[in-house]
Write a protein that binds this ligand. Structure first.
Ligand SMILES: Nc1ncnc2c1ncn2[C@@H]1O[C@H](COP(=O)(O)OP(=O)(O)OP(=O)(O)O)[C@@H](O)[C@H]1O
Length: 324
C-alpha cells in the first residue's frame, strides 16, 4: 500500500534526517518505526502525508506518487495521531471528533452520529464524555479521542507518532490492547512511530529499526528481530532482555504439546489457549507451579505443556528463523 523508494531528507541546515530509505507497508499491516531519539522516525512519517517534503526518492500510496497529490486532500484522507493530541480546547469532545466528517461535507446529523459511534468504539461512553471539554479528560482518555478523531474520516491509512508516549505504563498497555483489537476489526493500515522497543514488538506485524542518521538497520517481524538481530546496533537496541521479549512474540507450537493421556486432572492447575504465546504459557506455569499447564482449543483440552515443552518450542522457533 505504501512504498518508499530511495527516500532521503536533508534539512536546510544540512542535517541528514533520513537516507536512502526503502520501505514497503502492506495493506492492513501495522508497521512500527522504532529507534533512538533523532533517528528520523517522525520525519519519515511526516513525509508520507507531506507535512515534510523529501529531498530525494519517491513515496507512493496505492501506486500513486504523493508529491503529485494535493497535500490538503491527502492529509484529510490519512488519519494522523500525535502525542500532544492537539484537541481543540474550546470545543466539546463530540465537536472535536465531528471536525473531519464536517470537512468532508457530511451533514451535522451524520457527523454527530458517526462521532458518537467512534467514541463508543474507542471505549468512551458518549453519554458521559461527549459534552465534556478536553481538559476534563485524563491523558489516556484524550488519546482515545485523538484516535477516534483520526478514524472519523474512515481512513484506510493511519499514521501515529508516539500516540501513547505521554500516558503511564499501565494505561499505555490498555490503550495498546484496545488499539490492536480496533485495528484488527477495522483492517486499517497503520504506520506507528515509537522509541519503545517493547511497544514496537507488541504492536507491530513488522518492525523497522532505525539507526541515527536515518539508516534502516532492520525491517522484520518481531520474532525475527529479537531472534536474529541483523547487526550489533539492532542487538544492542533490542537489549539484553530480548530473550524474555522473544517469548512474548513466539506462538505456542502444537508440536510441543503433549497428549493428555495418563495425566490426572488434578495435576492441571490452569489452562492456556492453543494460540497463546510462549511468554503467556511460561507465566502461567510459573504462577501455578504445577510443572504443566493444560492447552485448550475452545472448550476442549488438546494436551499439556511443560517447561521443557516451552524450551523446545523456543529452540525450534529460533532454528526455523535462521533457515528462513
Ligand atoms: N526542521 C528541522 N530542521 C533541521 N533539522 C531537523 C528538523 N526537524 C528535525 N530535524 C533533525 O532531523 C533528525 C531526525 O529528526 P526526527 O524528528 O525525524 O527524529 P525522531 O527519530 O522522530 O526523534 P524522536 O524520537 O526524538 O522524536 C534529528 O537530528 C533532528 O534534530
Amino acid at each position: 500500500m505504501i512504498r518508499l523508494s530511495g527516500v532521503g531528507k536533508t534539512y536546510d541546515d544540512g542535517t541528514v534526517a533520513v537516507q536512502e530509505l526503502d520501505l514497503e507497508v502492506r495493506r492492513g499491516e501495522l508497521v512500527c518505526l522504532v529507534g533512538p531519539s533523532g533517528c528520523g522516525k517522525s520525519t519519515t512519517l511526516k513525509m508520507i502525508n507531506r507535512l515534510i517534503e523529501p529531498t530525494s526518492g519517491t513515496i507512493e500510496i496505492d501506486g500513486r506518487d504523493v508529491t503529485r497529490q494535493d497535500p490538503v486532500r491527502l492529509r484529510r484522507d490519512i488519519g494522523y495521531v500525535i502525542q500532544q493530541v492537539g484537541l481543540f480546547p474550546h470545543q466539546k469532545i463530540i465537536a472535536n471528533v465531528m471536525t473531519v466528517p464536517l470537512l468532508h461535507g457530511e451533514s451535522k446529523a451524520t457527523a454527530r452520529s458517526r462521532a458518537t459511534e467512534l467514541l463508543e468504539l474507542v471505549g468512551l461512553d458518549p453519554a458521559t464524555y461527549a459534552d465534556r471539554y478536553p481538559h476534563q479528560l485524563s491523558g489516556g482518555q484524550q488519546q482515545r479521542v485523538g484516535v477516534a478523531r483520526a478514524l472519523a474520516a474512515n481512513p484506510t491509512l493511519l499514521l501515529m507518532d508516539e500516540p501513547f508516549g505521554a500516558v503511564d505504563p499501565l494505561v499505555r498497555t490498555r490503550l495498546q490492547d484496545e488499539f490492536l483489537r480496533l485495528q484488527d476489526e477495522l483492517g486499517v493500515t497503520v504506520v506507528f512511530v515509537t522509541h519503545d522497543i517493547d511497544e514496537a514488538v507488541r504492536l507491530g506485524d513488522r518492525v523497522a529499526v532505525f539507526a541515527v542518521g536515518g539508516r534502516l538497520a532492520q525491517f522484520d517481524t518481531p520474532a525475527r528481530l529479537l531472534g536474529r538481530p541483523a547487526d550489533d546496533f539492532v542487538s544492542d537496541f533490542v537489549g539484553s532482555t530480548s530473550g524474555l521479549r522473544r517469548l512474548a512474540v513466539i506462538p505456542l507450537d502444537p508440536a510441543h504439546v503433549q497428549p493428555v493421556d495418563g495425566v490426572r486432572v488434578g495435576d492441571l492447575g490452569a489452562a492456556i489457549d492453543v494460540d497463546a504465546t510462549l511468554g503467556e504459557a511460561l507465566a502461567v506455569l510459573l504462577r501455578h507451579d504445577r510443572g504443566m499447564v493444560a492447552v485448550r482449543d475452545g472448550a476442549q483440552v488438546v494436551g499439556v505443556l511443560t517447561p521443557d515443552g516451552v524450551h523446545q518450542a523456543l529452540r525450534a522457533a529460533l532454528a526455523e528463523m535462521s533457515t528462513a
